[in-house]
Structures are given as structure tokens and as C-alpha cells.
Design a binder for this molecule. Structure first.
Ligand code: A8S
Length: 199
């Protein structure tokens, strides 16, 4: 389920991925939402679309960040990544990875460049440079925010993207397709982090 957050303290249009149902909808986020909003502002060109998804994870931020920051190993949590090979660098800005996409998707590969990796602010941004897929000029930003619920350490993930709307598709189709993929990624990230042992 995706709840469109016009209330609850999130910016308009952000979509909260929440399997718990509408009860969680109105929960006031315990982090600086204005800062998050500023981090996820994209400049939108002509025929581009953008969206932002939000997922709460019941695990400390350090655990979530330890998976997310590994630009060289997206297969750790992204279920559609079959394999990843570094073409240039490792975790420094400018590094380039090539992903082999799992079967069943309208793509086979994606070449992606790390644009930002901030271990203090917990920000990761990358851009798709090339590959056999239809998502031209795709770039995304993922940020983590400490967000405890009932005094239990938690993390809110915000992931936003901007992309060209491919010829023959509508803005809505494009956004919807990408949102589905990101939702799978963030659910998988949550499942893994929530199962890892931590105090
Ligand atoms: C990500 C996000 C996305 C990845 C898309 C949207 C992609 O790598 C996959 C399937 C496609 O059809 C397009 O964070 C493309 O990776 C999984 C190859 C671009």
C-alpha cells in the first residue's frame, strides 16, 4: 500500500510506503522534514517526471546506512540486481558500476555513476549514464533520517528521482513503473535491516 501524504507532516506528493495501513498515516515524523524536503528538490527539465517515496525501517540508522552506502554492492538489498561489476573506482564520487538486471524486466543492464556519498549526512546520489534500458537521464537521491517510534531506534528512508519520460509513455506510467521498483528495493532493505541483530 502507498499512502499519499498530504497530511502527517510530510511534503505534498511524497508517498509513504507503509504496509501497516492507514493507522500509521498520521504519525508525525520525528526528524527534520524541512531539511529532507530541501535535500530532495530536483530541477525538472522538459518531459521529465519526479517523485519521492518514504519508508520507515525499525532498525538503527547505522545498520541501514551500512547497506545503502555500498555503491559497489547494490545486490545486497536490491532484488532486481543480478550482478554488479565496478567499471571505475569504488566508493568515491565519480565511481561507475555496471549492473546486470534480473530477467523479467524491460532492461538487461544499467551503467551508473556515484554523484554523492556523504557518511555524515547519510546521502547517496547516483545517475544512470548508459545501459540497455529506457530510463534516460535517471538520477536519484536517497537520504536516511533517524526517526524513533515508541522510543525504539528507527530510520526513515527518503528516495526521490527524476527521469525523462520515454517516447510512447505517459508521465504517470513512467513514475508508476519506477515507484514500483523503488518500493521493492525499500521493502527489501527494511526486511534485511529489521532481521539483522542489533541491541
Ligand atoms: C534503482 C532504481 C531503478 C532501477 C531501474 C528505478 C533498473 O535498474 C531496473 C529495471 C529497469 O527496467 C530499468 O535504484 C533499470 O536501481 C531494476 C535497468 C534502469
Amino acid at each position: 500500500m502507498v499512502w499519499d501524504m498530504n497530511g502527517g507532516g510530510y511534503p505534498t506528493g511524497w508517498k509513504l510506503i507503509d504496509e501497516e495501513g492507514p493507522s500509521g498515516e498520521g504519525r508525525a515524523p520525528a526528524f527534520d522534514v524541512e531539511r529532507a524536503r530541501l535535500l530532495h528538490q530536483h530541477e525538472l527539465g522538459e518531459s521529465q517526471c519526479t517523485s519521492a517515496l518514504v519508508k520507515h525501517i525499525n532498525a538503527p540508522l547505522d545498520i541501514v546506512w551500512s547497506l545503502v552506502r555500498r555503491f559497489d554492492e547494490p545486490q545486497r538489498y536490491k532484488p532486481f540486481v543480478k550482478q554488479c561489476v565496478m567499471r571505475e573506482g569504488g566508493l568515491e564520487v565519480g565511481s561507475i558500476r555496471e549492473i546486470e538486471v534480473a530477467s523479467g524486466l524491460p532492461a538487461t543492464s544499467s551503467v551508473e555513476q556515484l554523484e554523492r556519498l556523504d557518511d555524515d549526512e547519510h546521502i547517496l546520489a547516483f545517475r544512470k549514464l548508459d545501459g540497455d534500458h529506457r530510463l534516460l537521464n535517471y538520477s536519484s537521491i536517497l537520504t536516511l533520517h533517524e526517526d524513533e517510534i515508541d522510543e525504539r531506534p528507527g530510520t526513515t528512508v527518503v528516495e526521490s528521482f527524476v527521469v525523462d519520460v520515454p517516447d510512447g509513455n505517459t508521465e504517470e506510467e513512467t513514475c508508476c513503473f519506477i515507484e514500483q521498483l523503488i518500493k521493492c528495493n525499500l521493502r527489501s532493505l527494511a526486511n534485511i535491516c529489521e532481521q539483522l541483530p542489533h541491541q
